[in-house]
Design a protein around this ligand. Structure first.
Ligand code: FES
Length: 317
């Protein structure tokens, strides 16, 4: 479990098949009471045995009489969270679940919204689509899957036609033209993308000419974190303690080795749990969450993956 984060004792009340290797898991309060609210784009931390914690996006807009519903794709290449959920999780089991957090918020009053998803990235996108439909907003969904059997929420999504463009790689013998979909969006539109790293890269490149606050990306895992180079000193302002962070090591690892409890969850620079205020020094940002402007401001950093360009960095810890 993430040290320092707020968790709720919930029960797994349903597991439902959604697509090939993709299940939906619903967590609810054991007493049936309402859960803390969230906005579309939010995710929850699911605490798993062995200290694993994984983030999963919520798949439907909040309602006080419903539990938290997440989509989980079995991925043999991941660090084991999806495998455990697919193979071991049982309905009725107790789980510690983080209070929903949102790094991918939906701007509901945009004149038009373009939603682009690849694979399991459909989960927050489908949540957003349901909300936009509910409020009568103008939107379109572009959804890429490898085969039709991989498409979750397909029957519901097809009801959105003609606002849905489904792209099946094996049928088209090509990957989706993300750049084309983004380029066709009207000026003033807000664009959202959640999917694998190559899709996100194409999306970000295609949106380069648009205002940064109109372009929204959700990484569900870090494709590749660049290694940190060189050592530096981290100073914790509240206690005045100093630690040497060795080459290739992270601040988080160093503080943990020293026996300190620091909030963290994904440890890949994608969730924001470990965001820490910088009081002095120049960070070497390696996360996928802060915007370029936030990175340039040097006010905060993700200590699970980012380092320091200055010899010392002083943190508000
Ligand atoms: S723990 Fe998730 S960004 Fe650092």
């Amino acid at each position: 479990m993430a040290e320092g984060s707020i968790t709720l004792p919930l029960r797994l009340v349903a597991i439902r098949y959604a697509a090939q290797d993709t299940n939906l898991y619903e967590f609810a309060s054991p007493g049936g009471g309402p859960l803390p609210a969230y906005e579309p784009g939010a995710h929850i931390d699911v605490c798993l045995p062995g200290g694993l914690m994984r983030q999963y996006s919520l798949a439907r807009p909040y309602r006080a009489d419903q539990g938290y519903l997440v989509g989980v794709k079995l991925d043999a290449k991941t660090r084991g969270g999806s495998k455990w959920l697919h193979e071991q999780a049982r309905v009725g089991a107790a789980f510690e679940i983080g209070v929903p957090r949102n790094n991918f918020p939906l701007k509901e009053d945009a004149p038009h919204t373009v939603l682009i998803a690849g694979g399991i990235g459909i989960t927050p996108i489908w949540c957003m689509a349901q909300r936009l439909e509910e409020i009568g907003a103008s939107f379109e969904v572009h959804y890429a899957v490898r085969t039709r059997a991989d498409a979750a929420f397909l029957a519901e999504l097809e009801r959105l036609a003609p606002r849905l463009t489904l792209h099946v790689d094996v049928e088209a013998e090509a990957v989706m033209d993300v750049s084309g979909a983004a380029a066709a969006a009207p000026r003033g539109a807000h664009l959202y993308c959640c999917g694998p790293a190559p899709m996100l890269e194409a999306f970000v490149a295609a949106c380069a000419g648009r205002p940064a606050d109109h372009v929204h990306v959700e990484y569900f895992s870090a494709p590749e974190l660049k290694p940190l180079e060189g050592g530096f000193i981290v100073v914790l302002a509240k206690s005045g303690r100093e630690f040497e962070v060795g080459p290739g090591s992270t601040i988080l690892e160093t503080l943990r080795k020293a026996g300190l409890n620091v909030p963290a969850s994904c440890e890949q620079g994608v969730c924001g749990t470990c965001e820490t205020r910088i009081l002095e020094g120049t960070p070497d940002h390696r996360d996928l969450l802060l915007t370029p402007a936030e990175k340039a401001s040097g006010k905060t950093m993700m200590i699970c993956c980012s380092g320091s360009l200055s010899e010392r960095i002083v943190l508000d810890l």
